[in-house]
Design a protein around this ligand. Sequence first.
Ligand code: SDX
Length: 426
Amino acid sequence: MKQMATLNIDGKSIELPVLEAASGANVIDVRSLSGAGIFTYDPGFLSTASCDSKITYIDGDAGILMHRGYPIEQLAGQSEHLEVCYLLLHGELPKENQLAAFKDDINKRMPVDDEFAKLFDGFNSSAHPMSMLCAAVAGLAAQFHDGLDIYNEDHRTESALQLIAKMPTLAAMTYRKITAQPFVAPNPELDYAENFLNMCFGDPGQTSKISSTMASAMDKIFILHADHEQNASTSTVRLAGSTEANPYAAIAAGIAALWGPSHGGANEAVLTMLEQIGDISDVAKYVDKAKDKGDSFKLMGFGHRVYKNFDPRALVMQDSCHAVLAEKNIEDEPLLKIATRLEKIAREEPYFIERRLYPNIDFYSGITLKAMSIPTSMYTVVFALGRTPGWISHWCEMLSEPFKIGRPRQLYLGSQQRNYTEISSR
Ligand code: SDX
C-alpha cells in the first residue's frame, strides 16, 4: 500500500505520495504542488531530494558512506581508484579482464595534444591552478562537441573515459605551469596516481622516481574524494547537464563550484588557517574566534551538511596522513601539531559538540598533501581529479533516464506592480 502524506492548507487537503528509499530517508513527492499554486521553500536544500540515484549512499548520523553498496573503508583499503571509477560508472566491480580493458581505455586517452596545450600559454605562473583546470576542461568541450549525442550511451561512456583520462594530465599541467616547468607526458607504463605524480614531479622522458608510498597515498586520496551523493559541485553538474549542455562544460561548472572554500576549497583553506594560527599556543584564541558570531572566522575542515558525528573519509585520511608523515620522517610537523590540538579542543568545546561539528575529509587531506610537497593552491585540483568519476557518473545516470531541466521557483518578496516614471519626475 503506497504511503501518502496529507497537506492541509488554505482549506484544501492535498494528498502527496511518499516514495520509499532503498536505504535512508523516504521522500514526499511534492511535484503536484505547483499545480495547486504552492511551492516548497528550502534555501540550501537542507530537506530537499533533487533526484533519485543508485550511485552513493550516505548516512550522516551513522558515519556511513557507500558507493554502489560497498563501504568506503573497504574500497579505500582494498581497491584502487580506477576500479572505483569503473564501479561508479557501471554499478558493479569489474572482473580482471574488464579492469585491464578499462585501464587500457584510460591510458590511451591520457595524452593532450600540443595544439590544445597552447591554451596554457594564456596563463602566467601566478594563475590559480583551479582557474586553469576549469578553463582547460571547458576547452575539451571545444574538442569534443560536434557529433556528440548525449542521448547515445556510447557517446556518454566515451565522454566519461576522456574526462577520467585527461583530468590527471591537465591537473599536472597546471602544476607545471605554476612552477614554470615543461610539461611531462603521461607514461602508459605507470598506474593512475603514479602517472599523475610523475607528470607533476618527474622529468620529461625520464623513468618515474615516485615512491610507492606517495603513489598509494595519492590513489587513496582519489578514492576518498571519488563521489559524495548530491553535494554542491555534483548538483551543479546535474543542473548544467539538465539543460542538455555539453558534458565537458557541465564538468567545468562542477569544478567552478568545487573551488569555493565552503566546499572543495576547504583543504586549501585548512592549510591557510593552520599557517594563520601559526603556533600551538594560539589555537584556543582561534577557537574562540570561530565561536564568535561577530567574527566571520570559521574552523576550516570542520563541520558538514550531512555528517553529524564523523566523516568516515576523515578517519581513513587520518591514517594515510600519518603514513606519509612517517615516510617523510616529519611526524613532528608543526602544522600537524596545531591540527591535532585544534581537533582535541573542538571535540571538547560545547559550541562544536552542540552543533555536531567534527573534522571532515578536508581537515587531514590538506596536511597529507603538504607532506607530499603538493603546493597549497593545488589541493582543490587534487580534489577535482578524485571527484571526476563521481561527477560524470551522476551525469551519465541522469542522461540515461527521462529527466527535466532543473528550474527552481522562489518566494517573491519584491515590489508590487508600479508604473514607470520619467526621470524628470523622480
Ligand atoms: C566538503 O556536501 C558534501 O558532501 C561536501 C563534501 C564532498 O565530499 O563533496 O563532503 C566536501 O565540502 C566538506 C566541507 C568542507 N568545508 C569546510 O570545511 C568549511 C567549513 N565548514 C563550514 O563552512 C560548514 O560546516 C559547511 C559549509 C561545511 C556546512 O554548513 P551548513 O551545513 O550549512 O551548516 P551551517 O553553516 O548552517 O552551520 C550550522 C552552525 C552555525 O552556527 P549557528 O548559526 O547555528 O549558531 O554551525 C556553525 C555555523 O556558524 N558552523 C561553524 C562551522 N561550520 C558550521 N562554526 C565554526 N566553524 C565551522 N567550520
